[in-house]
Structures are given as structure tokens and as C-alpha cells.
Design a protein around this ligand. Structure first.
Ligand code: ARG
Length: 446
């Protein structure tokens, strides 16, 4: 069996090995390209402080680049008996380059290595999430503008309340995403700080140049305090989890609305039949399973910060193996979130709106406040107008005027979607994706 990086003078118990590795090899595959990037920055820095030869650096960089390409082609594997991605990369280097490969770990621990891997992975995923959120946002704004003038009932207590519109309904979820994007940006900024050089959590006696690896990897700054850098493990995941949860919360609510409004008793929206699913027994069925699955997956995603909190909140300062298990809930969460975001955008783009809802007199009472306001504007005291309209409705004598004029900010006649879009764009511009992409490309020699 292959040796562990830390194996010395005794045989490792195979049951202990099975249990301590667990699902870690599978999880570490998510991190492989980022492990390589982190190593490229680390060895470039090691050469600059004399811990690697001038002639050795390009050889090692070239081999790391090969390994990176393997990760991109899906050919990178963590072999049986190899503990994790960090061990696998080092093994590949030493197999190919001998002693030179063994030099790369100076001034580093797997503790700061996995930290930097997680930061680089998460940073990349957050960019994909931001882009997918923006795509969904654009679909919602487009639908909001398209159906600006189509009225629908607004509800309180699930009782018909006041006139609303599809413009408002779609636009509300767009603005919700604009707020979620602020959370995402805060999570991104916390993520985009360099933990490398903190080693096992207490730094190193080598004169490591942490600013250099910070710049090479395109981080905004470093996690300055080495103890804090290690304490950030789990904290970053939890806070990113909160950002994921707030986006998922927006989608879950939208999905619930869509399921409800799609039900025959409402009939406000409809999915094209090829986007519905059927029943094995009831031949008439056209079910909105897609929204139900978005709702359930999004609700599950909202438990992410709680799950992470429970795994880390009773740990004192310093590294613990507990942290490894966070990867099992955190790393796959991005695929699920991205799938939901893309599917929501896909289905919102195809959703059909009923523009004849108000032909049904059961919704007439939603114009009651309009009538009260009209009477009040004509001079009748508001309370008297309220009473008159209430009694008219009870007596079945209410004929609504459906010609409504709401003009104040953010209401039916004045959606302010341009302001919402500006808010979203302003947040997006603040991430700084371009600088990060350039740094990574440069490190990879592209
Ligand atoms: N698989 C480990 C993790 O995810 C990597 C770090 C191992 N460090 C250690 N001291 N055992 O946390």
C-alpha cells in the first residue's frame, strides 16, 4: 500500500484508515485544480526566498501545469491508498521529478493547503452563482416588463386584498435577488483572502512572502493573523452557506407561488405542456413538478448554514479533523444551487400568464380600496367612505371601477425596474471577477 505523507515507523491500522479517509477522496476531486494552483503560487514564492532552485521552479511549474490540464480533462484521479488530493499531487510530482517534488511542501501544511483550495474553489463557484443569479434576475425583469399592465389579485392572509400585477410579482423576485446579491458579495469578499502561509495554523520559521502568494493568486488581501486564517475554516463555509440560503429562500418562495398560481383554483399562470409531468393513473394531469423540486431542493439548501454550524460551533481554536466533514455538505451544494437557478430561469422564461383573471367577479372586492379612495378624494371622510363601500359589498351592490391609477414609487404604474436593475449591476460591478480571472490565467501561463 502507498505510504502516507506522514507515515514513519509503523503500519497504519486499515480500519482507522478506512474511517478517517471516509468520503474525502471523492470530495477532494472538487478541489484538485485549485490545489494545483495553490501549489504553483507557493513554489513560485519558495523560489523567491531561496528554498527552491532557479532551475527547479520552471520544471515543477510545468509538471503542475500538466496535472492541472488533467483535472480539466477529467482525467485526474486520487489513487487507492492515497489519502487526499494534496498527497496525490505531491506523489505525481515525486514520481516524475524525484527529490525535486519532495521540496514543494516546505513552509506549508495540509491545513493551509486545504484552506487555500477551499477559498479558490469557493471563489470560482461564487462567480458562477453570481452569473446564474443575474441570468434569473434578467428573466424576471423581462417578464415583469412584459406583463407590466396585466393585473392580478394581491393577497393578504391568502384572502383577496388589493390589485397587484404580474409586473409587480415578477419584479418583486428580481429585487429579492438584488438583495441576495449583496449577501453573495459579502461572502465573496470574505472568501477572497489568502490563508496560505499560515501553515498548520501558526505560521512558519521560513521567511514566507505571503503578500507574493496573495498577489499571484489574485486574492484581495490575506487573512493576516495566522491563527485567524485557520479559524476561518468552517466560518467561510458557513457564511457562504448563508448567502446560498438567502438565494435559495428567494427561489423556494417563488416556486411555491408558481405552484399555487398554477393550480386550477387560481389559474393565474400555466406551464407549456412539455414542461409538465404526468400521472400513471390520472390521464388529465399536467403537474408542475419542476417547481416542486426547485422548492424542495431550495428548502434543503437553506439548512446548509445550520448543518455547518453544528459541525464547527463547539470547536476551540486550531485545526480539527471535524472540519473535513464540512466538505461533504458544502462542496456539492453549489451544483445543486446552480442547477436550481438555471432551471428556475429556464422555466420562468417559458411560463404563460393568464391576462383574463379579472373577468371572474369573485375578484371584484380587490377594488374596494380604490372605490374608498375615490370617494375620499371627492371629499367624503375616509371612514364614512370605508363604511359605505363595505356595506355595498355586503349588499351585493358593489360595481368595481377597474381602471386604476397607482403612480407612486414601486407601485403598479411605476415599477422602477430600472432602479432595481441599477442596484443589481452596482453590486455585480463590486465583485472584481476580472482581476481574479487575470491572476489565475497568468499563473497558469495563459
Ligand atoms: N482532509 C483534511 C481536511 O479536509 C486535510 C487536512 C489534513 N490535516 C491534518 N492535520 N490531518 O481537513
Amino acid at each position: 500500500m502507498a505510504q502516507k505523507l506522514w507515515e514513519k515507523d509503523f503500519e497504519i491500522n486499515s480500519e482507522i484508515e478506512r474511517f478517517t479517509v471516509g468520503r474525502d477522496r471523492e470530495m477532494d476531486l472538487y478541489l484538485a485544480p485549485y490545489d494545483v494552483l495553490g501549489s504553483m503560487a507557493h513554489i513560485t514564492m519558495l523560489e523567491s526566498i531561496g528554498l527552491l532552485g532557479k532551475d527547479e521552479l520552471p520544471v515543477l511549474l510545468k509538471e503542475l501545469q500538466n496535472i492541472y490540464e488533467q483535472t480539466q480533462r477529467g482525467e485526474f484521479v486520487i489513487e487507492d491508498g492515497i489519502e487526499d488530493v494534496h498527497s496525490q499531487v505531491e506523489l505525481m510530482l515525486t514520481r516524475k521529478l524525484g527529490d525535486m517534488g519532495k521540496k514543494i511542501h516546505s513552509g506549508r501544511s495540509r491545513n493551509d493547503q486545504v484552506l487555500v483550495d477551499l477559498k479558490l474553489f469557493t471563489r470560482h463557484q461564487l462567480q458562477l452563482v453570481a452569473e446564474a443569479v443575474k441570468d434569473l434576475f434578467d428573466q424576471l425583469i423581462a417578464k415583469s416588463n412584459q406583463y407590466k399592465n396585466v393585473l392580478m389579485p394581491g393577497y393578504t392572509h391568502l384572502q383577496v386584498a388589493m390589485p397587484s400585477s404580474f409586473g409587480l410579482w415578477f419584479g418583486a423576485y428580481a429585487e429579492s435577488l438584488a438583495d441576495d446579491m449583496l449577501f453573495l458579495q459579502a461572502a465573496y469578499k470574505m472568501t477572497n483572502r489568502n490563508p496560505l502561509g499560515s501553515a498548520a495554523g501558526y505560521g512558519s520559521s521560513f521567511p514566507l512572502n505571503r503578500q507574493m502568494t496573495t498577489d499571484l493568486l489574485g486574492f484581495d488581501s490575506m487573512d493576516y493573523n495566522v491563527v485567524y486564517a485557520q479559524m476561518g475554516r468552517g466560518k467561510m463555509e458557513r457564511n457562504v452557506g448563508f448567502a446560498i440560503a438567502t438565494i435559495a429562500g428567494t427561489m423556494a418562495k417563488l416556486a411555491f407561488d408558481a405552484c399555487m398560481f398554477n393550480c386550477q383554483n387560481f389559474g393565474f399562470v400555466k406551464l407549456p405542456k412539455e414542461c409538465t409531468t404526468g400521472s400513471s393513473i390520472m390521464p388529465h394531469k399536467k403537474n408542475p413538478d419542476v417547481f416542486e423540486l426547485i422548492r424542495s431542493k431550495s428548502n434543503k439548501l437553506q439548512s446548509l448554514p445550520q448543518q455547518i454550524t453544528l459541525m464547527m460551533n463547539n470547536l476551540p481554536v486550531g485545526y480539527f479533523r471535524d472540519l473535513q466533514i464540512i466538505k461533504e455538505v458544502f462542496l456539492p451544494a453549489f451544483d445543486e444551487l446552480l442547477d436550481c437557478l438555471r432551471m428556475t430561469a429556464y422555466i420562468i422564461n417559458r411560463i404563460e400568464v393568464n391576462d383574463h383573471i379579472l373577468d371572474d367577479p369573485r375578484y371584484d372586492p380587490m377594488f374596494s380600496v380604490e372605490e374608498v379612495n375615490r370617494l375620499a378624494a371627492e371629499g367624503m371622510p375616509f371612514r364614512d367612505a370605508y363604511k359605505k363601500v363595505g356595506l355595498d359589498i355586503e349588499a351585493g351592490k358593489f360595481t368595481p371601477c377597474k381602471d386604476i391609477h397607482h403612480t407612486h414609487e414601486g407601485s403598479i404604474g411605476n415599477l422602477m425596474n430600472d432602479k432595481i436593475a441599477a442596484l443589481m449591476q452596482q453590486t455585480l460591478d463590486g465583485f472584481g471577477f476580472e482581476r481574479v480571472e487575470k491572476a489565475e490565467a497568468k499563473l497558469l501561463g495563459k
